[in-house]
Design a protein around this ligand. Sequence first.
Ligand SMILES: Cc1cc2nc3c(=O)[nH]c(=O)nc-3n(C[C@H](O)[C@H](O)[C@H](O)COP(=O)(O)OP(=O)(O)OC[C@H]3O[C@@H](n4cnc5c(N)ncnc54)[C@H](O)[C@@H]3O)c2cc1C
Length: 421
Amino acid sequence: MAGGRIHVIGAGVAGLAAALRLAERGCNVTLHDSAGHAGGRCRSYFDVHLDRRIDNGNHLMLSGNWAIRDYLQTVGAADSLTGPEDASFPFRDLRTGETWTVTPDAGRVPWSILFGSGRVPGTRLSEYLRVRHLAAAGPDATVAECLAGPGALFEKFWEPLAVGVLNTSVDTASARLLWPVVKETFGRGRAACKPLMARAGLSESFVDPALTYLAGKGATVRFNNRLRALDLGDGQVRALDFAGATVVLEPGDQVVLAVPAWAAADLLPDLNGPEGSHAIVNAHFRLTGPVPPAPPMVGLVGGTAQWVFLRGDVASVTVSAADDLAAEANETIAQRLWSEVRAALGLADGPLPLWRIVKEKRATISQTPAQDRRRPQPRTVWRNLVLAGDWTATGLPATIEGSIRSGFRAADMVVTSVSSS
Ligand SMILES: Cc1cc2nc3c(=O)[nH]c(=O)nc-3n(C[C@H](O)[C@H](O)[C@H](O)COP(=O)(O)OP(=O)(O)OC[C@H]3O[C@@H](n4cnc5c(N)ncnc54)[C@H](O)[C@@H]3O)c2cc1C
């Protein structure tokens, strides 16, 4: 397919997904990013203090995420994710030391929950049946309105899952956004809800192989190239004003804008997209002594830490919807989270090991019903401009899966308009 040049602005996973799908179809692609690297909010880097390569934040995926599979397959990184052998989610209550594991059934019908053997300790069947409120949730319903109630299941499973997926407190998070995740993974049985993490690092899975793939397809990649403004007129984008130079668009050229919501709001002031975001705080601890025989990922309730991940000798903690925590001093956060990591991994008392706190203050948009309604469709009023990104109207939460689907969808729209012109 020839056509004009397609400029993809933003080399996060949404922009990378759009670029690789376009390059796969034979389009002339140029990918631009304001940073000196690709990956956006999903990347790895070498941390000199820890002397280890770490991710900007732990990213949990599920085996039912078909777009992630498709993307990794395309770039030759299909085997770069790892996870527990089983689709099992181990949990620990930091207050009581109680542990339990959520293990979905093999098939679509949750027989072990119906008959009791697979239920979380202390929970009753009626608590599981509340999931039907989630399936039928109206546009204004929150997660807590659908799933909270008497019993322990909400605190022991739904709340940690929902806060992790939606990065928004359960009292305000949109139920409509949680449901597709539950339906596409837990609703399809064990094979679709195996937890997955990047084996070596997010960049090794999502970024480096994608850039290699794009280079092989002849795509151009321009880093340190911030788009300052879009010259809009005559119903189209006429030129791209980059910090270094202006690119005048030729007939047939198109633009995929795959920047975060807050950057898109600056470039397209009339967009009226989602406003507001929430922080995610990650703490990375380099363990001293033998690494404990713990699962690669444990959910935690009753404290500040929500999930702890183990990769090699680095234990990493995630706290989502963490705006208050992000306001605290790094040292205070590290002390607090380290005591919880020790409890979770059964480590002996000892001094704080080497640590790094990473605060992503605008980790994702706020995923409330009101903000979900503001997420724009990819097609814009400008005929050569489509939008992509985790914040666009994907029907999914702001996640890697949603970002990749948005990038694929934007690319498909561009390809359709090239073929029909
Ligand atoms: C700490 C953390 C933990 C997370 N955990 C999970 C998880 O467990 N599971 C999960 O699925 N998702 C998780 N997410 C969400 C996931 O990372 C994002 O949904 C996804 O990376 C967003 O990709 P994107 O391409 O839409 O946006 P971005 O990654 O933000 O990419 C946008 C790109 O645009 C560039 N850009 C911005 N402005 C301009 C401009 N003017 N000109 C040119 N370029 C520009 C930026 O540099 C960036 O590279 C997490 C996010 C964070 C921050």
